[in-house]
Design a protein around this ligand. Structure first.
Ligand code: GTP
Length: 424
């Protein structure tokens, strides 16, 4: 492992938390490169469950340098709360650094997020209303306020004053909502500034120095390929770039520095919220997947839509991320479902297509083409090598590799750290 990017290969919630935690043990530096507190990694350490929203999973191992990169949008309220929560549980967070170039989430971003979702009515995107989208909008519009601005209070006050004038007008005129008070925000953010100041750093320099010194760096993605602003199911996407290229942009490293890209894929498919999902299964099997896989949102508690493994999606993920390997998670959830189905292509307009379409209208009309394969009944949660898995389970993995064209490197057979198989 030199510089590994870990990405979600589906619609997020692939169990990246567990895999990052596993890889973080071997890394010396762990970097979050996009998204914000809308991500919700769940990591089990022994019997203890940790839910991380902004802090890289590496924090659960003492002494790892953990960086929140420039591509992340930081809600200081959430960050401070997360740091306090970790400290209460005895986790040392002194090795965390936050990029001075990362953008801040301000209270009005959350207000705008909620107001805009409400205005969309039926066409809601299903955002978590945490202000992530509006903060990225400000970044692109070049009116964003950055973490580094917390180091210069006059600068912060000036930018906030200018932004509020515009935001309050928009809230009043377009959404008929009350505006925000400058002094109230200044008051709240002075506290965050005091608290976070020692952690603010030039993380671009820190990560590049680490790479130059040959230290092992893990770039930890949140969300997933199909939620990528460009490569995902637009407009039902997130406002950042969870794909591997996003790691270069969001951490400030060149693509030539990346040595491996690992895609985390669940052994089946899930999706949260609206939008087409060709391999979705409802009824008994859908319910079994949801219950056995505990498919409810980490942050929102929303039930997730469940479906068969879709290799059209995984081939798309393999391509746009340049995957060198797959970490297959939640294989244990499929135990007892027999036969299993794998989606190999889509039937559209009388033809079979194998590539993931850009148009949601097309995707909506796609019928899944399935291949039926035998399932297994054996409990696999204690398996620690490929040889421990039933033959049908090994065939399922092999078929996935053939259809996607990428080898499976890691297999998760349960939520705990030790429930992991490394494929030699
Ligand atoms: P996002 O970044 O929000 O996409 O999160 P994530 O990819 O980390 O997914 P999430 O937090 O929803 O994690 C999935 C859940 O599955 C967590 O509760 C994990 O503990 C659990 N989990 C992870 N791997 C496995 C596995 O192999 N088997 C089982 N049964 N559960 C797993």
């Amino acid at each position: 492992m030199a510089a590994v990017v870990l990405v979600g290969a589906q619609w997020g919630d692939e169990g990246k938390g567990k895999i990052t935690d596993y890889l973080a043990e071997k890394a010396e530096v762990v970097v979050r490169y996009q998204g914000g507190s809308n991500a919700g990694h769940t990591v089990m350490v022994g019997e203890q469950e940790f839910k991380l929203h902004l802090v890289p999973s590496g924090i659960l191992y003492p002494g790892k340098l953990c960086l929140i990169g420039n591509g992340v949008v930081v809600d200081p309220a959430v960050l401070v709360q997360e740091l306090d929560g970790l400290a209460e549980r005895g986790i040392d967070t002194s090795s965390l650094r936050i990029s001075d170039r990362a953008h801040l989430i301000l209270p009005y971003h959350k207000g705008l997020d909620a107001a805009e979702e409400e205005r969309r009515g039926e066409a809601q995107i299903g955002t978590t209303k945490r202000g992530i989208g509006p903060s990225y909008v400000d970044k692109t519009a070049r009116t964003g306020i950055r973490v580094g601005d917390l180091l210069d209070w006059e600068e912060f006050r000036g930018k906030l004053t200018r932004n509020l004038a515009a935001v309050n007008e928009v809230l009043a005129k377009i959404y008929d909502r009350p505006g925000y008070d400058l002094e109230v925000i200044l008051d709240e953010y002075t506290g965050y500034a005091r608290r976070l100041r020692p952690l603010i750093a030039d993380t671009v320099r820190l990560v590049n120095e680490a790479l130059k010194d040959g230290r092992r760096v893990l770039f930890e993605g949140a969300q997933g390929t199909l939620l990528d602003l460009d490569q995902g199911t637009y407009p039902f996407v997130t406002s950042s770039y969870p794909t591997a290229g996003g790691a270069c942009i969001g951490a400030g490293v060149g693509p030539t520095k990346i040595t491996k890209v690992l895609g985390v894929a669940k052994a089946y498919t899930t999706r949260v919220g609206a939008g087409p999902f060709p391999a979705e299964v409802t009824g008994r099997i859908g319910d079994t997947l949801r219950e056995q896989g505990r498919e409810y949102g980490t942050t929102t508690g929303r039930p997730r839509r469940c479906g068969w493994l879709d290799t059209v999606i995984l081939r798309h993920a393999a391509e746009v991320n340049g995957l060198t390997g797959i970490a297959l998670t939640k294989l244990d959830v499929l135990t007892g479902i027999d036969p299993l189905r794998i989606c190999t292509g889509y039937r559209y307009g009388g033809e079979i297509i194998r590539d993931f379409p850009a148009s949601l209208k097309v995707l909506q009309q796609c019928e899944p083409v399935y291949e039926e394969v035998p399932g297994w009944q054996e409990d696999i949660t204690a398996a620690r090598s490929l040889a421990d898995l039933p033959a049908a389970c090994r065939s399922y993995i092999r078929r996935l590799e053939e259809l996607v064209g990428v080898p499976v490197h890691l297999i998760a057979v349960g939520p705990r750290r030790d429930q992991t198989i490394v494929v030699e």
